[in-house]
Design a binder for this molecule. Structure first.
Ligand code: GDP
Length: 363
């Protein structure tokens, strides 16, 4: 972060680390706020900081560095060379997560398009930088404006192809949805901001579940798990990609598309970090996105007010009283397990209602 970001950087760092956790196969060893009085154009950090970080990265045998902000292609190249690590900036990381999470054909296409548009802007910046350098040194020749043009055209052609494919896919979306409806068990989808506690809750709900090893589900995708509710009823729990504050605009469409599977859910658990300063604004964001996605009033949503353990006792009591007045709210701590039984009972109850309504419609 640079000094222009006056706000407390700690929550941003925590969100970035939660994002990193969302990428399978990464072991996140630490995170740190580095104050940059002025970003160095070629290497982001000043030479002293660069060397200090190099030393630590080498000592800890770090293979990947994530920088929560924009890093220019030139900076990226230089840092990777100096540190002998791979490097991703914020947009790069989010693209990786989306591409890992994309399930539907539409999602895959949207992520590909976002990645290409991202590459396109980087291509231009990389070249213009090189051109400037070359100009300064008085070089002639080499890949010039025509090369950038050619690369840009190649990307544009691919984007056009993808856009055409996407249009076809959207037309058959209804068919996809019908296919998903064939899953023989009700689907419960977890949604919410990154860091709200979705994975913790997902693991708590599925952790003790021996059925996860069941052959039937061995091939099910890793973000879906079979869970048996207290009554013995089996459901599929689906963990979605987390919502993120200040999502780069190029990624918005890809984000929506990776959330498509939420539309197939019989019940949505909206996990909220109720201890977060901006919990109300986050709630409004999530509602807007769900409604934009096409989640209508026929889909039942339970609000899971998570992380109550972080609040003072009287605040907890006030929340519990508030929740009691509403039918669609359960107060929990995914960390301590408080309220999780009540959540399961509420989920059962809601699924019963959903089933009854479905039967009414069918008969
Ligand atoms: P996700 O991004 O929504 O999947 O969030 P995670 O499950 O990764 O949780 C983000 C952070 O919040 C982790 O450090 C969790 O340990 C922590 N966390 C999750 N649930 C709770 C909770 O109920 N209480 C407290 N104190 N921390 C929690």
């Amino acid at each position: 972060q640079t000094n222009r970001d006056r706000k407390d950087p700690q929550p941003a760092l925590e969100e970035a680390m939660a994002l990193a956790h969302a990428l399978p196969g990464l072991e996140v060893v630490g995170g740190e706020v580095v104050r940059l009085p002025k970003a160095h154009p070629g290497q982001l950090f000043g030479s002293g900081k660069l060397e200090e970080l190099r030393q630590r990265l080498t000592d800890q045998e770090i293979g990947l560095v994530l920088i929560d902000g924009p890093v220019s292609p030139v900076q990226q190249r230089n840092l990777e060379k100096a540190w002998k690590t791979k490097l991703l900036d914020r947009t790069g990381l989010i693209l990786e997560i989306f591409s890992d999470r994309a399930r539907t054909r539409e999602g895959v296409l949207q992520v590909e398009m976002a990645a290409l548009s991202y590459q396109r802007t980087r291509l231009v910046r990389a070249w213009t930088h090189l051109e400037r350098q070359r100009g300064g040194l008085g070089f002639v020749g080499g890949p010039g404006e025509t090369q950038i043009e050619a690369d840009r055209r190649a990307i544009d052609e691919q984007l056009t192809r993808l856009r055409r494919q996407l249009a076809k896919v959207v037309k058959t979306r209804e068919l996809h949805r019908a296919a998903r409806a064939k899953v023989p068990f009700p689907i419960i989808a977890l949604v919410g901001y990154t860091n709200a506690g979705k994975s913790t809750l997902f693991n708590r709900l599925t952790g003790a579940d021996v059925m996860a090893k069941d052959m039937l589900f061995a091939t099910l995708d890793p973000t879906m798990r079979a869970v048996d509710l207290p009554s013995g009823r089996r459901v599929i729990l689906s963990d979605t990609v987390g919502f993120i504050s200040s999502l780069p605009t190029q990624l918005v469409a890809a984000f929506r598309a990776t959330l498509e599977e939420v539309l197939a859910a019989d019940l949505i658990l909206h996990v909220r970090d109720i201890s977060h300063d901006e919990t109300e604004a986050q709630d409004a964001d999530v509602r807007r996105i769900l409604s934009d996605l096409g989640v209508d009033e026929n889909t039942r949503v339970i609000e899971v007010w998570n992380k109550v353990d972080l609040l003072a006792e009287e605040e907890q009591l006030a929340l519990i009283r508030q929740a009691e007045r509403r039918e669609d709210v359960v107060v929990v701590s995914a960390l301590t397990g408080l309220g999780v039984e009540a959540l399961l009972a509420e989920a059962e109850h809601t699924l019963d209602e959903v089933r009854m309504r479905k039967e009414l419609i069918l008969s």
